[in-house]
Design a protein around this ligand. Structure first.
Ligand code: NIG
Ligand code: FE
Length: 391
């Protein structure tokens, strides 16, 4: 039998199972305890009826939440884009073309440097409560550089996305069709064994609807499930294409028509909102309220990348979503945990219920509401991942 750890005296515990708690979508249990057995949650309930355990940890009245599920990041890169950020803060607009700066730095970096950079950002994220993350290739854009990106990523997460279609690289500037052929051919063959997802940046200046469809259907034929960078910088076909192809998620969703919202509401595709990008590009906020009111499943993620959103902090993104996107603190917490799990089609994470993975964070606060109420304050004090103390 695996060893057991009881975390007791939890002031408020978010389970994300309405049946377990107070009936709210967060399934809140007050004065709670949680039993970990091996890598999974074995029991949750009121502290007064908790079972015995090998080890007992007193949470001292703190709040406990499921570990954050960051379902959208770009962590296989080298270099940074401080100058571009500086220029933007002096009034220059964000453009997709900045990606080329990172492509050059990434191609020039060794495998060891790329992996060290990835680990540095994963450490940051973990200390802020992220226990699951998805990450993408997309700054290599050659067969060799994309393949090494997904290989390195797969050493550290099962949620790896092939994003060879991030932008047409300068070496193919005169032959975008040739680049799409590479992305859907030799590059896909090299990357598919290491990835679970295929993604495309469907946007003016990147890939149009037809090109995006070609990339996603080719990926699907190789066993990858689509997710789409859609409607970030302007209106476009990305969201409706994502729904049509039953993509797991349409990401960004900043510029949506009523037809886009209707499509999301009628399909199974999660809308993943990335407020770090709007913060850092000074763009208008995605309207989370509109999506939630239409019945769309919404996830929140960091989009951590050196260009448009250089933050690994889920608490920061959650605070932005509450302050500027019309989400309540409860909705934002749900979207950053259970919503992220839905965007990754996972049922074992993003919740704290018997049988789920023992991925959780303790907050130096009486409830999860403080994540938005006290923005920028490092509230995460302890993190367990797969049942083991990680922070
Ligand atoms: O999700 N939108 C495309 N890709 C990234 C930006 C990448 C970059 O600027 O380096 C994003 O925001
Ligand atoms: Fe992104």
């Amino acid at each position: 039998m695996s060893t057991t750890t009881l975390i007791t005296d939890i002031g408020s515990l978010v389970t994300n199972d309405p049946a377990l708690g107070d009936g709210s979508p967060l399934g809140l249990v007050r004065d709670a305890a949680l039993l970990i057995e091996g890598e999974t949650v074995a029991w949750v309930g009121p502290a007064r009826s908790a079972p015995a355990a090998d080890t007992v940890r007193d949470a001292g009245g703190r709040a406990a939440i499921p570990g954050f599920v960051d379902s959208h990041s770009h962590l296989l890169f080298a270099g940074d884009r401080t100058e571009e950020f500086n220029a933007r803060m002096s009034g220059r607009r964000y453009e997709a073309g900045g990606i080329r700066t990172t492509v050059a730095a990434t191609r020039a970096a060794s495998d060891a440097a790329l992996e060290a950079n990835l680990l540095r950002h994963l450490g940051e994220a973990l200390r802020q409560g992220t226990t699951t993350f998805e990450t993408k290739s997309g700054y290599g854009l050659t067969v060799h550089d994309e393949a090494r990106a997904v290989e390195i990523a797969a050493r550290h997460t099962e949620e790896v996305t092939y994003l060879g279609a991030h932008i047409v690289p300068p070496d193919f500037a005169d032959d975008p069709a040739g680049y799409v052929a590479l992305v859907t051919g030799e590059m896909l063959d090299a990357c598919a064994p290491h990835a679970r997802w295929v993604d495309v940046f469907c946007e003016k200046g990147a890939f149009d609807g037809d090109q995006a469809r070609a990339v996603l259907t080719a990926g699907r034929a190789k066993g990858l499930t689509p997710r789409v960078h859609a409607n970030q910088l302007g209106y476009g076909p990305g969201v409706q294409l994502a729904v049509e192809l039953q993509a797991a998620s349409a990401d960004h969703c900043t510029h949506l028509t009523d037809a886009d919202v209707d499509a999301l509401a009628s399909g199974s595709t999660v809308a993943t909102l990335l407020p770090g990008a709007e913060f850092s590009t000074r763009a208008e906020w995605p309207d989370a309220r509109r999506l939630l009111d239409a019945g769309v499943t919404v996830a929140l993620s960091t989009d951590c990348n050196p260009g448009s959103s250089f933050t690994s902090s889920m608490p920061f993104c959650l605070a932005l979503a509450v302050r500027d996107m019309g989400m309540t603190p409860d909705e934002a917490l749900w979207s950053a945990t259970a919503g992220g799990a839905a965007a990754l089609r996972r049922t074992d994470i993003g919740r704290l219920t018997p049988g789920s993975r023992a991925d959780l964070a303790l907050l130096d606060a009486p409830s999860h509401v403080h994540l938005a109420y006290r923005p920028g304050v490092p509230l995460v004090t302890d993190v367990w991942r797969r049942g083991r103390g990680a922070v």
